[in-house]
Design a protein around this ligand. Sequence first.
Ligand code: C2E
Ligand code: MG
Ligand code: MG
Length: 576
Amino acid sequence: MSAVSVNLLLVEDNRADARLVQAWLQDGASVLPARCHHVSYLRDAVDALRGNHFDAVLLDMSLPDSEGIDNVDRIREVADDLPIVVLTGRDDEAFGLTVLQHGAQDYLVKGRHTGDYVNRSVRYAIERKRLEEQLVRLAHFDVVTGLANRVRFVDRLEHAVARATRRREGLAILYLDLDGFKLVNDTYGHTAGDWLLHQVGKRLTNCVRDEDTVARIGGDEFAILIEEIEALQGAITVAEKLLAEVGAPYYFKGTEILVGASIGIAPFPASGQDGETLMNHADIAMYRSKESGRHGYQCFTQEMRLETSRQREAEKALERALHAGEFELFYQPRVAVDGQRIAALEALLRWRDRGTLKVPQSFIPLLERTGLIGEVGDWVVASVCAQIQTWREVGCDVPLVSINLSANQLRDVGLSRRLRRILDSYDIRPDTIEFEITETLLLGKDETVKRVLQELRELGCSIAIDDFGAGYCSFAYLRDYRVDVIKIDRGFISGITAGSTEALLVGGIIRLARDLSLKVVIEGVECREEVEVLRPCNPDEFQGYLFHKPMEAAAIRKLLCFAPAPPNPDVSQNWH
Ligand code: C2E
Ligand code: MG
Ligand code: MG
């Protein structure tokens, strides 16, 4: 380390000691060229600190106007960020420790050390203080954006709430979550993602006053504390400004990037009396804003809290349901168009909740939100495998079985490994299983989804795009993901008539699928007329209430086992 000139404050009333220390510090052999300002009283030291910059203080413990550890406390009150090296006549380890605990960086016992040692001590004290400050910075600021982090935000919020309570003022917290940030990360990479977060942080900071606090408190979540606010309307005005700023285009290396934001507002004291409650309530309002169509804001209401606690109850009930074995699978056959042969079975999840059978729409979104979908999804695959085994044992010729996967499951990089293990443990060949992915849920070109789908195909399972045509990106999916089957959504089929736009569209989709060597299933067929219109389009399979409704495994067993050609006459003889 090269020697740097540092400015020291020496507080020492004993003239002989002061001269000795100064001589050491200015010694030619010294590693620390120092300018040294000497005072004999603590009050003079305090004055000197107020008007000047110093790099460190050498502080005697015994001064005419102050004595002992108080000296350290007093200096720290005035200059908290200054390294302190204590000079003491006491060679006492316990006292040394107390000195350090009060915030000094080192202590020197008079008459025991050489000049080099004193120099090194001062120099290390400065370095240690710098590192300490760096650590404090890391603990309180976010590295990506330079904004305050959650720890600092909570700290500032607690102080602000105490002050607002004393002065009977208002304040508000705005919780902001970016819409579409994941897509930016997935499309342009993490460097672009970090750059964007930094830009968003800058824009948010520009929208508020210097006294307000902007923090990054999670991946793409920010919190803004607005103090001294008159009424809710003030917070709403800020929210509108933030939305407009964040929503304006960004240009990363010449590419335009667009993101939106959802904001939840919790004003004090109306939404809560303490920091923690306010943060929870702003978070609840933010989620509500996300749910009610993104890029907007919502103010917290007590009704939202009730709704959230109802949701929490429902989440707990689902967790119980999984462990209490309340989930069941129904199966709906797919029939080949060339006759009534059962070409495949689709496994459909049901929840028998206190005697009532619930359909997936009523609980799958909750499973997704809680992350339970992964566990339930694995259970579905294991149950399908166990069921195939049972059907086979009684001599049924089991066709392909398709299983629905939700987008969240496909973002789980461990999925294919776990599914392979499940299939192996039941001795089920992967080509017996097809996975259906819902087109509406596959957001954008998600690299993880792409990889997981590829792994499932490599396992030997086939992939179907479910509800094809219901979303907006059907054809992009055909380009981005390799699939084997498309299932045309019921929306096209319902009430279809010959020569209608729907009929032409379905015909076109099927011709396209043929060119791409994809199999086509038409779902949701409810009446003969629909079949008559659709059959000339030449799809591969039909599925719908007209043929079979979803049914319990026992009913499927009858269907399969009375199917035309029993596979193994010996087994079938046994069970008849
Ligand atoms: P989906 O995969 O498109 O399944 C077809 C849905 O349409 C089923 O509803 C089925 O009962 C219904 N359906 C079949 N034929 C007809 C018909 O002719 N007319 C009408 N109106 N509806 C018909 P279900 O069982 O309520 O399932 C709804 C959705 O829940 C499924 O849509 C699928 O996306 C999801 N789902 C079901 N089971 C699972 C599962 O195990 N895991 C996951 N992640 N999602 C599942
Ligand atoms: Mg499906
Ligand atoms: Mg479907």
